[in-house]
Design a protein around this ligand. Structure first.
Ligand code: NAP
Length: 302
């Protein structure tokens, strides 16, 4: 079985940062990812609060970081991690592509966008229902779309969609948005954006295999809204199911860490969106990746 100093699980911005710091510390690191490098930022149209860039789109930032990973010749492999377990002082990481051993592990698996839980949601995914404005937005040029949610993600992506689509409807379950005031102000200045407060999407209607309209419930009344697309931005679920063989301290399925990004188990660290914390930002994910890697480095210096 191949043995590493550290296995980083997840190549989002946090995991890639950790791997860069580990490699530059001359540690033998394996970076595992089940999808494309970059994780959630690949779904982000425009990032305006990452220092050094006035504005950058998520996939470009992801590729810039990935280029650094490649230039450092970091061992980057595809693999869906199925379990992590402890064996004496080693960690055994089982993936669908093989089993690996390491002295330490950094978990940077992030989180997955939440679903509404409606009947037609899965079959209509890619047929009108989407979780990625930057990927699918251009398919709705001059069309009518709705965005569900009132957080930063919903409002940032609605702003992007408003520059492409004929009309964008924001459907939010409360009477006020949760997003940063500056984003709210930008969106409220857009002429082609309509707000539906205290509204919940209850039905997705389909015609010829595509989303044709949505039913929105508002204080006991229902209204049908004709839409070509529906973008869902209602938060996330942490990707931690594969950790059930470990007795890790968790909080609502997020991993609990200390200020060194150490989990409750020796040699296991976590960083980025998979961690229980107050602030979920690209900047914090990057910082936590560096801290986790430097904590691992310290273990090898003892
Ligand atoms: P979020 O802040 O958790 O917001 C989720 C939104 O969806 C809330 O408005 C929530 O309503 C609504 N919601 C949740 N479940 C729902 C359901 N079942 N049906 C209808 N609506 C539902 O999620 P997010 O916007 O994805 O952001 C996640 C984190 O990343 C936040 O900490 C955010 O600040 C951060 N983020 C930062 C940036 C940035 O700074 N550039 C960009 C994106 C995200 P309620 O308001 O009623 O709870």
């Amino acid at each position: 079985m191949e043995h590493f100093d550290c296995i980083v699980i997840g190549a989002g911005v946090s995991g890639m940062t950790a791997a860069i710091y580990l490699k530059r510390s001359n540690l033998n690191v394996l970076l595992l990812e089940k999808s494309a490098p970059g994780g959630q930022i690949n779904r982000t149209a425009s990032i305006e609060n990452y220092p050094g860039f006035q504005s950058i789109d998520g996939p470009t930032l992801a590729m810039n970081i990935y280029e650094q990973v490649q230039n450092l010749k970091i061992d980057y492999r595809y693999g869906n991690v199925e379990s992590v377990r402890e064996e004496h002082n080693d960690k055994i990481v089982k993936t669908d592509m093989g089993v690996f051993k390491a002295n330490t592990v950094i978990i940077a698996t992030g989180r997955t966008p939440r679903e509404l839980g409606l009947e037609n949601e899965k079959p209509l995914t890619g047929r009108g229902v989407s979780w990625c404005a930057i990927c699918d937005g251009p398919l709705y040029r001059d069309k009518i779309v709705a965005v569900v949610g009132g957080g930063n993600s919903a409002i940032e992506e609605a702003l992007y969609l408003s520059s492409i689509c004929k009309k964008v409807m924001i459907i939010h379950r409360r009477s006020e948005l949760r997003a940063d005031p500056i984003l709210q102000e930008h969106l409220k200045n857009k002429k082609n954006v309509e707000f539906y407060y205290n509204c919940v999407v209850s039905t997705l209607n389909e015609k010829d295999g595509r989303l044709s309209s949505i039913i929105v419930d508002h204080k006991g009344n229902s209204e049908e809204l004709k839409v070509d697309g529906l973008f869902i931005y209602i938060g996330f679920e942490p990707d931690t199911k594969f950790l059930k063989e470990l007795d890790l301290k968790m909080d609502e399925d997020y991993i609990v860490v200390d200020s060194n990004m150490a989990t409750s188990l020796p040699g296991i660290y976590a960083c980025g969106d998979v961690v229980k914390k107050e602030v979920y930002q690209i900047t914090t994910a990057v910082g936590e990746g560096a801290i986790a890697a430097l904590s691992v480095k310290k273990e090898f210096e003892r």
